[in-house]
Design a protein around this ligand. Structure first.
Ligand code: ADP
Ligand code: MG
Length: 241
């Protein structure tokens, strides 16, 4: 009952060890949160899982199959999608065209890609903005566009990198509801998130990273009381009296 397993993942950039011996598993349909300070290695971990960069050591398996050496498009076709922390839509293209490019990662059929893109835009509440240029969208709408791009490949495993980062407070409850709705349709989610309220509302389990290493992996309530997580990330105000 393991969908994703990472085992001993290590990635160095020059003298920096961005990921050091990271291991954890995600079960089908699970919603796992990933927390940790800036520079802890969270985005690098997603890059390694999705084939954007190769690890120096360790393995990534999906349904028991080793995908460590596969290209991003091959991993996408196996049902793994991710959003990027730094949004980079094609500004001159419409929302629909941007999402179709995502869909074309997993199919070569343009008609099918268009239908998948329309469906994905509708599922994030952007159906009415399908023909707007990406540059005309608000930050919150661009986050939704980025989600639609990932969803258009119909993933079994969806990795979200700071979906609520940089959006107005007022847009956050809608994004939480959206992530919950997407999860209810079946895919497993791994969610990198800084907003602790968001993570507590969403995550069934939390993996905490610091300086490239897993310092805790457990139920949200345990993680909130974990001394190393309090030291590294949450701060003294979270320490139980
Ligand atoms: P997080 O997402 O947790 O903030 P990152 O995974 O982006 O952390 O970065 C982890 C560490 O690896 C940081 O020290 C960062 O500067 C470094 N790093 C990430 N990507 C690269 C890269 N392409 N080249 C060099 N260093 C990188
Ligand atoms: Mg990051």
């Amino acid at each position: 009952m393991t969908l994703l397993a990472v085992a001993g993942l290590t990635k160095r950039f020059g003298g920096i060890v961005a990921n050091r011996d990271i291991s954890f598993e995600v079960r089908p349909g699970e919603l796992v949160g990933v927390i940790g300070p800036n520079g802890a290695g969270k985005s690098t971990l997603f890059d390694l899982i999705t084939g954007v960069t190769r690890p120096d050591d360790g393995r990534v398996t999906l349904d028991g199959r080793d995908i460590t050496a596969l290209r991003p498009d091959q991993i996408s076709r196996l049902g793994v999608a991710r959003t990027f922390q730094k949004l980079r839509p094609f500004h001159q293209m419409t929302a629909l065209e941007n999402v179709m490019i995502g869909a074309l990662q997993s199919t070569a059929d343009v008609g099918a890609a268009r239908r998948a893109a329309e469906e994905a835009l509708a599922s994030v509440g952007l159906a009415e903005r399908a023909h707007a240029h990406a540059r005309a969208l608000s930050t919150g709408q661009r986050k939704r566009l980025e989600l639609a791009r990932a969803l258009a490949t119909r993933p079994r495993l969806l990795l979200l990198d700071e979906v609520t980062g940089g959006v107005d407070q007022g847009a956050i409850p809608g994004l939480i509801r959206l992530v919950r709705d997407l999860h209810a349709r079946g895919p497993a989610l791994v969610v990198i998130e800084h907003n602790m309220q968001v993570i507590m509302e969403l995550a069934q389990r939390i993996v905490a990273l610091q300086l490239g290493e897993v310092i805790a992996d457990g139920q949200p309530a345990e993680i909130l009381r974990h001394p190393r997580v309090i030291d590294a990330y949450l701060g003294e105000s979270w320490r139980p009296a």
